[in-house]
Each structure stands twice: as C-alpha cells, then as structure tokens.
Design a protein around this ligand. Structure first.
Ligand SMILES: O=C(O)[C@@H](CO)OP(=O)(O)O
Ligand SMILES: [Mn+2]
Ligand SMILES: [Mn+2]
Length: 544
C-alpha cells in the first residue's frame, strides 16, 4: 500500500455527491495529444472522420468547454511551455496543480540551492578523482529537459569542483524540430570549449536519438536502454566519430535520418579509444527532470541486481537523478532537486474509500493512467480494489506504419471491464493522436484519430449500457496541429517551400465536458472549470 497517514485535519472520506447515486460507473477517457484548434489542412483531428466525437459535441455543445492544458495552468514555468503527458496526467490524477519538475529545477538553479543539496554533495565526492557524466535529452523542448538548465549545471558543476566532465547527448526532434540536433550540439560544443579554456576537461562522449537510444519508457523495449548503456557506459557503438558535431551531421546525411531515431555513437580519440566511458569512481547525473523515460536507465545505473540486459560491466559510481523519478521505488536514491510532492491523488482517495478502479492503456501510455495518474508512484494503492491492465504496444514498428495502434484492444478491454460491473471507475488513455502525431506523418495521424474515435464509441456504448457517466478529455494538444507556424499563425516553409512539420505537442486547449452523461439528465460537474478540477469531481462522484 502506498498510502500515508492522513494530513492533519484532512479526512480521506469523500462526501456523498448531491445528485449522483453511489455505485454509478464513471468512465474516464483521456485522448492523448488531442487538442482543439480551428479547422485547417494541418489539423488531423478535424480532417479525420470522427463521428462519435462530432455527435457528442453537436448534440450538446453547451456541455463542452475548453480548458487550458499547457503552461502555468498545469504547473509549468511559463505560458510558452507546451503541455505534456506527465503534467497533464499528474493534474488529472491529483486534481491539483503542482509546480512541476521543470520549474523546481529552474528555482534550484537560480538560487544555487541545487549545489547545497544532498544529491550534489554526494556526487561531488567523485570530482577529485573521477569524471562527472551528464546524460540526458539535448533540447529546449521543456518536456523532459531544457538546454539552458544543462548549460547552468555544466557551469555550476565546474565552479563547484568538477574537473573532468563528459556529456552523453540524446537528440530530440520530437519536442523540437527535426534537424535541430545540429544547432544544439553546436551550442553545447561552444559551452564545452569555454570550460576547456578554464582548464576543465569537458567533452561530449556519446549519444544517439532519444527514441532509439536510452529513453524508452514503461519497459516497452529494453534494447533501447541497452544501446544507450553500451554507448554511454561501455563506450561501444557501431558509429565512432572524432566529435559530436561531426557525429550528428554525418548521421543525418542518411536521407531517412531523423533526430528521434539517430543510431548510437561514441566519440573516440586519435587512437580510436572512447573519450568517456563510465568508470568506477565516476559521478553520473541524468539531467532530465521528467520521470517516465529516465526510470529504466536509472534502474540500470542503480540496481545491483538487474537482469533486463547484460550490462557486461557495472561500474561503481555515484549516481544522482536531476529529480527522484519514482516516489514509490525511491528511485534514484540520490537526486539534485526534490520532486513535486504530489499528495492525496484521486487514486488514493478512491482506494481509501473502497472504490474499485480499472486502468488500461497500451505499453507506451500505460504509466500515464497509472504512474503519472498516481503522482509518479508505481504500483497499486490497494491491489484488492484496483486492476491495471497493459496491452503490449507494437515494438520496432514506427507508429505511422501502424497508426491504429492498440486503440481497439484498449476499448475492448475497457468495455469488458465496464460490463463486468466489477469496477466503479474505468479509466483509459488512447494514444493515437499523440504517438502518431509525433511522427509528423499527416495521413497516418488522420487514420490514428479515426481509430481513437472508434475506440471512444465502444467505451461510451458500454458505459451507456450500465447507466454510467463519463469524463472525456485530453492531456494536451498534438494531432490538431502538424505545422510549425509564425506568430500570425501562418505555416512556416523550409527553403524548398515545404511546410515545416510540427512533431511536438502544442499550446492549444483541450475539451472537457461540463456535464458527463449522454443519456441521464445533466449532472453538472460541480467544479470542473479547469483541468485540475476534473479528477476531484471524479472522486466526488464516487463517494460513498
Ligand atoms: O513521448 C514523449 O516522451 C512526450 C514527448 O516528449 O510525449 P508525451 O508527453 O505525450 O508522453
Ligand atoms: Mn500525452
Ligand atoms: Mn506526446
């Protein structure tokens, strides 16, 4: 049980809902990456055939409202920050807004407190005799990491005694434009050159594309992490270069190259020796603040007993995460910045009130409706009341090739869970808008959105059969805008006149229902005026 004693004066018991009978099933459907934007050829949701959602909105337009899912509304540093799954599902699951990792790291860096914390003191013990390795996403996307934070950390670590630094870079192309890896590596190399002028031996040591190297999540494919381990830790990769700029430029010469999927590479010296494998006595920091895509690497770096792949060598290092990524596993045990303490989540309320819940998605989004939903805690609150079901995602096939993903399978599982009447809350994440949207393939994203709509129909039909209610919403935008735009909203074109593809999330709002029933007379959600209120309402609907 991940439950804690009640905070002083705050009982866990939920008050009865004024109108909704106890035992009414509540379906919660999160359409991942499904924002609201005007009709436009680059709005895949609009272009797709989505009769279920169209009918819902057309039948009762007043029941729908737009809610913000980006920026400060979900705890991000500024309103220029696009939404993402972690902050979206944290907000939905917790029913409250917390200053998120990005913001907490900003504050710790600005105040210098990051260098006074336990985590930094711990890794600093390696600075005299060992190397400091920084591993993370090289990007200013602000979803998993930020380039300016890496810059500050490099500067601060060297000022606090790091004499030898190796950076292991994961190229992005998902939260930022494809091809921008070259510019980020150039900027990083300039910073490292400045550090070298000051006598710090600082270099890039290895790298690869985030989706192919290191940053897998929810144990979808350990081979991704193994490729990263081999390059970062062992100094072994199929591609070897003299410096990182040459690496990304050369690897991008392949006409099919894509920053998200660059192969692993290591940087070698004149004699062909890797410049920065991780050795006994070194310090390692994973500088992403976001949890999901760092947990697997953190396990490989921290766990003595580990059988997911053959590590070949398990160096004795001092390892710290930028944040602690998993509050239940306390992983990693050392971290530079304390994560948001997401307390009293709806999942915990439901468990403490005897409400039975079922959560389901496919692997690539499974932790969104479990781990993120529960405030970045793995595991159940009360296994006798909860069932979490994972549909294995396709491995090794890009999602634009299989854009329907597992939408149908998720819907069928949810339908069975609803009709079984064994659960009071059934929540799912349907991944297509987001995962196919990230590929930048417009045709495929349109197919994916249609599949998501079909899945919604199956789930809502089942809810209707048992007389339940539903909350249908999204965590942030993605598929509704696939074009990079100028300030006036006009699509930007590259030098060949082609519209620049937007693979990232957006700043667009998402829709959420005011009222949550297709058939029962309207139950106006008491306090659903912002994303952060949805889950609180879900709790209250289910109160005994
Ligand atoms: O794939 C991911 O890691 C992010 C984008 O970086 O997407 P989401 O927040 O939807 O999971
Ligand atoms: Mn998402
Ligand atoms: Mn996404």
């Amino acid at each position: 049980m991940a439950t804690r004693p009640p905070a002083e004066g705050k009982p866990w018991e939920l008050a009865a809902h004024p109108r909704l009978a106890k035992g009414t099933l509540v379906g919660v459907v999160v359409l991942d990456g499904w924002g609201e934007a005007p009709p436009d050829p680059f709005n895949c949701i609009h272009a797709a055939d989505t009769p279920t959602l169209d009918a819902l909105k057309k039948a009762a337009p007043a029941r729908w409202r737009l809610i913000k899912a980006h920026g400060t509304a979900v705890g991000l540093p500024t309103d220029d920050d696009m939404g993402n799954s972690e902050v979206g599902h944290n907000a939905l699951g917790a029913g409250q807004i917390y200053a998120q990792g990005a913001k907490l790291v900003d504050l710790a860096l600005a105040s210098g407190k990051i260098y006074e914390g336990e985590g930094f003191k711990y890794i600093r013990q390696s600075f005299d005799d060992g190397t400091l390795h920084l591993i993370g996403l090289l990007s200013d996307g602000g979803v998993h990491s930020r380039f300016d934070q890496l810059q500050l950390l490099l500067k601060g670590a060297s000022e606090h005694g790091a004499k030898r630094i190796r950076v292991h870079v994961l190229t992005d192309g998902r939260d930022v434009l494809d091809g921008s890896s070259v510019r980020f590596v150039e900027m990083l190399e300039e910073d490292l050159a400045r550090l070298r002028e000051k006598g710090v031996d600082a270099r890039v040591a290895s790298g690869g594309g985030r989706m192919y190297v290191t940053m897998d999540r929810y144990e979808n494919d350990w081979q991704v992490v193994k490729r990263g381990w081999d390059a970062h830790v062992l100094g072994e990769a199929p591609h070897k270069f003299k410096n990182a700029l040459e690496a990304v430029k050369k690897l991008r010469e392949d006409p099919k190259a894509n920053d998200q999927y660059l192969p692993p590479f290591v940087i070698v010296d004149e004699s062909g020796k890797p410049v920065g494998p991780i050795q006994d006595g070194d310090a390692v920091v994973t500088f992403n603040f976001r949890a999901d895509r760092m947990v697997m690497l953190a396990k490989a770096l921290e766990y003595e007993n580990f059988d997911k792949f053959d590590r070949i060598r398990f160096p004795k290092i001092r390892y710290a995460g930028m944040l602690q990524y998993d509050g239940e596993l306390k992983l990693p045990s050392h971290y530079l910045v304390a994560p948001p303490e997401i307390e009293r989540t709806s999942g915990e309320y439901l468990a403490r009130n005897g409400v039975r819940t079922y959560a389901c998605s496919e692997t690539v989004k499974f932790g969104h409706v479990t781990f993120f939903w529960n405030g970045n805690r793995s595991g159940y609150f009360n296994p006798s009341l909860e069932k979490y079901e994972e549909i294995p995602s396709d491995i090794g096939i890009p999602f634009n090739v299989q854009p329907k993903m597992k939408a149908l399978e998720i819907a069928q599982k949810a339908r069975d869970a609803i009709l079984s009447r064994k659960f009071d809350q059934v929540r799912v994440n349907i991944a297509n808008g987001d995962m196919v949207g990230h590929t930048g393939d417009i045709e495929a994203t349109i197919v994916g959105c249609k599949a998501a709509d079909e899945a919604v129909k199956i789930i809502l039909d089942a809810i209707e059969q048992v007389g339940g209610i539903f909350v249908l919403t999204a965590d942030h935008g993605n598929a509704e805008d696939m074009a990079k735009r100028d300030k006036s909203g006009k699509p930007l074109r590259d030098k060949d006149g082609k519209v620049q593809t937007l693979t990232s999330h957006t700043l667009n709002p998402v829709s959420a229902p005011h009222e949550v029933s297709r058939h029962v007379d309207p139950y106006v959600l008491a306090c659903q005026c912002a994303l952060n209120r949805v889950s609180e309402t879900v709790c209250r609907f289910q109160s005994p």
